[in-house]
Design a protein. Structure first.
Length: 129
């Protein structure tokens, strides 16, 4: 896909499928201002993450202007109404909630051995080191 040409999703520990999910959720547009990627000054969207949690805490995709704005917001130097909804719907939070719900469902089914277990979504396999 063309949106992978300039991305660096591996740096954020995202799979290509994760990045595709981010792109689809954003609709190919900045999640704050709504500017399509092709119409941004850089012609692309940047992966925004919560600095206080590290690179894995990806919040979404933003144009360069809004990505800079989020840095100011994170430091408490600026305030923006649009950021409230964006922060409340951060990608890493949505993923954690979904995976938690899936784990709860599996544990409930394990208590009932006669019940069928749901298939795990691709990319959610536990990794062993």
């Amino acid at each position: 896909m063309t949106h992978h040409a300039t991305c660096q999703h591996g740096r954020y520990r995202l799979t290509c499928e994760d990045y595709d999910e981010l792109w689809t959720h954003a609709g190919g547009c900045c999640e704050l201002c709504g500017t399509p990627a092709a119409k941004t000054p850089d012609g692309k969207l940047f992966i925004d993450h919560a600095q206080q949690y590290g690179f894995f805490a990806v919040r979404g995709l933003l144009c360069s202007k809004c990505n800079s704005l989020m840095g100011y917001i994170d430091r408490g130097e600026k305030d923006d109404r649009r950021a409230i909804g964006y922060l409340a719907n951060a990608w890493f939070v949505r993923v954690l909630h979904a995976r938690h719900a899936e784990n709860v469902a599996v544990r409930r089914r394990l208590r009932r051995p006669d019940a069928e277990l749901p298939e795990r979504p691709a990319g959610s396999e536990e990794k062993t080191t």
